[in-house]
Design a protein around this ligand. Structure first.
Ligand SMILES: Nc1ncnc2c1ncn2[C@@H]1O[C@H](COP(=O)(O)OP(=O)(O)OP(=O)(O)O)[C@@H](O)[C@H]1O
Length: 600
């Protein structure tokens, strides 16, 4: 009993998500009103047709007044024209509303998703989000753009036809009205199972798309490991699952349609048989039976269409539900409602006080363990430590991608959770380990650091980043398309683009995640030169992999298991003979080690 209650509740909820569309519909009231007027006009005209037909049958063929037949045909023609006009207008309004709403939704969902915190992206696959943005919105478009209007038209037709049936013949109608619940109730329970299966089908498809997304992005690695067959097999299995789930949904929808048509037309035939007996007995005119017949066909077919579009509406409700979930996702690192201003002019001071942090997706493992550090304006601090020590986590907290569970992070003396994230991030430039190059021109890729930057400014930044020379050698210079839709850049070139981006941003705090592994000696020298220029005038925190950087730093922090375990200059740390000394020996190769000894 309670289980059924819960299931019913769930089903009611599952159609309710379509209500989320009301605010969007409200924005286009004029068009919605136009669609409704056209819809009602078309339905009323359709409902008036049988009246004209009855008059024609009962009086039109009367030899005594031959003129009547002409006027009846003229009236029917006028109705046909009204019907055609109203239908064309309905189509125009309804489809336009669908397209309009879906564009709005896509924009809003995208805008919302791009602002969600890093914790959200840790646990959600990007392929699945993209599928929601495309597949789910398309489903809503077809629901709003046609299904809803078909459903509404059929609802009006069905109700109108039922009323007219009662007016035409209460006796025949009473038989039909008794049959309706017998037909409708099973249809509703069928509808529920269709909904459940459609959602399962959508989910499995999203899984397959997410896998395809990941695999295609990693095609080189897959080929290098001869993994094509295994990947194809796994994707094939995922697609097959999606097919099976879709087939189950299709099967229940076919059953639903077949069942609806059998029940509806079966009862109409039975009722008509009773009507025919009445005509034979002389208690009903042939025209009245004809009129009743037409109304029952209208009622029956509109009920049939209703049951068909019900399934589609439920699918759209599922899609609206998923999009609603996405839109309801709140970022745990939300901007404060009353943000504090950061001091002007910027100083570039960084302070971590007793920070304890574990990633939301792995709460049991602590990434930072009571970390405290203080960086003075203009200072260069190198962070070194074994892999997984928490170096990148320090950057993530400084950029406020996450909030620490305990302790605080401050920039220029203000807790980062009390300032607006835009203001905070405006003061920090980062050159990450794996640089993102967008599918756009080189100019746009660099100008990403400061939207609206002039061509000369972009060029100056590229020059400072030692990138101008290779850019000038490309076919179209700064207008060359790179990334997915253009040419591929080497690791060193990508990094210099990222450095130029940061130079252009000209922020007082610089975060560098050095990646030397991808660079050859020449690129490394160029990148190093570019970085030197960038580091000179600002506070720099650098996750150091190069000896040169470590030597240049004012201070070195050694991180291990989320704690600072050693601190000092290169020489003092080597002399201590602790973790740093060991790391230095292991990390820097033999040639560099020679140089290191010389420093000692
Ligand atoms: N997004 C994440 N979700 C869950 N755990 C994470 C996430 N990022 C990092 N970690 C974990 O947090 C710890 C610290 O990671 P972090 O990336 O800061 O190390 P790191 O010192 O920068 O390492 P590396 O030098 O290899 O880049 C590791 O145990 C890592 O597995």
């Amino acid at each position: 009993m309670s289980e059924t209650g819960q299931a019913d509740d769930k089903n009611r909820r599952s159609i309710r998500p379509l209500l989320r569309l009301t605010p969007y519909l409200r924005r286009y009231r004029g068009m919605v009103l136009g669609a409704l007027i056209a819809l009602v006009a078309a339905a009323v005209t359709s409902l008036a047709l049988p009246l004209a037909v009855r008059r024609m049958i009962d009086h039109g063929f009367d030899q005594s007044d031959r003129g009547l037949i002409d006027s009846y045909f003229a009236a029917i023609m006028v109705m046909a024209v009204i019907l055609a006009l109203a239908s064309a207008l309905r189509y125009y309004f309804v489809i336009s509303i669908g397209e309009r709403i879906v564009s709005d939704m896509r924009r809003e969902v995208f805008d919302h998703v791009t602002r969600l915190s890093a914790a959200f992206f840790d646990v959600n696959q990007s392929g699945e989000i993209v599928s929601r943005l495309t597949a789910d919105t398309t489903q809503i478009k077809s629901a709003v753009g046609s299904t809803a209007s078909v459903a509404l038209r059929n609802l009006i037709l069905c109700l109108g036809a039922v009323v007219m049936m009662i007016v035409t013949s209460p006796k025949l109608s009473s038989i039909v009205l008794i049959a309706i619940p017998i037909i409708v109730l099973p249809l509703m329970s069928f509808g529920r199972s269709v909904r459940k299966r459609s959602r399962a089908a959508q989910d499995t498809l999203a899984n397959a798309s997410a896998y395809a997304n990941e695999t295609i992005a990693a095609s080189r690695t897959i080929q290098a490991f001869n993994g094509e067959a295994a990947a194809a097999q796994r994707y094939g299995a995922a697609v097959e699952d999606a097919y099976q789930a879709a087939r189950a949904a299709i099967k229940s929808r076919s059953l639903l349609t077949g069942f609806a048509i059998t029940m509806v037309f079966g009862s109409i035939v039975a009722v008509l048989w009773v009507g025919a007996q009445n005509v034979l007995a002389g208690t009903m005119s042939a025209g009245t039976l004809g009129q009743f017949l037409l109304y029952s066909v209208i009622a029956g077919s509109s009920l049939g269409s209703l049951s068909e579009v019900w399934g589609e509406l439920s699918q759209a409700a599922g899609a609206a539900d998923r999009l609603g979930e996405l839109l309801a996702e709140v970022s745990p690192v939300a901007a404060p409602s009353d943000p504090l201003p950061l001091p002007q002019p910027p100083q570039g001071r960084v302070e971590f006080s007793d920070v304890h942090f574990s990633y939301p997706s792995r709460p049991e493992k602590s990434a930072l363990h009571g970390l405290s550090l203080s960086v003075k304006p203009g200072e260069t601090v190198a962070i070194v430590g074994p892999s997984g020590a928490g170096k990148s986590t320090v950057f993530s907290l400084l950029l406020r991608f996450y909030d620490p569970q305990q302790g605080s992070v401050a920039v220029d003396g203000v807790d980062v959770s009390r300032v607006s994230p835009d203001a905070l991030r405006g003061r920090i430039a980062i050159v990450p380990q794996d640089t993102t190059i967008f599918a756009a021109s080189i100019h746009d890729n660099i100008a990403f650091g400061r939207p609206g930057a002039l061509r000369d400014e972009v060029r100056a930044a590229a020059m400072a980043a030692q990138a101008d020379e290779f850019i000038s050698r490309l076919g179209q210079g700064y207008d060359t398309q790179v990334g997915e839709r253009g040419i591929t850049l080497s690791g060193g070139q990508r990094q210099r683009i990222a450095i130029a981006r940061s130079i252009l941003k000209n922020a007082p705090i610089l975060l560098l995640d050095e990646a030397t592994s991808a660079l050859d000696a020449e690129s490394e020298t160029l990148v190093q030169k570019a970085l030197d220029g960038l580091m000179e005038t600002r506070t720099t925190l650098v996750i150091a992999h190069r000896l040169a950087t470590v030597l240049k730093a004012d201070r070195i922090l050694v991180l291990d298991q989320g704690r600072i375990v050693e601190e000092g200059t290169h020489q003092s740390l080597i002399q201590q003979g602790g973790i740093y000394a060991k790391l230095a020996r292991l990390q820097f190769d033999a040639g560099i080690e020679g140089r290191m000894l010389a420093v000692k």
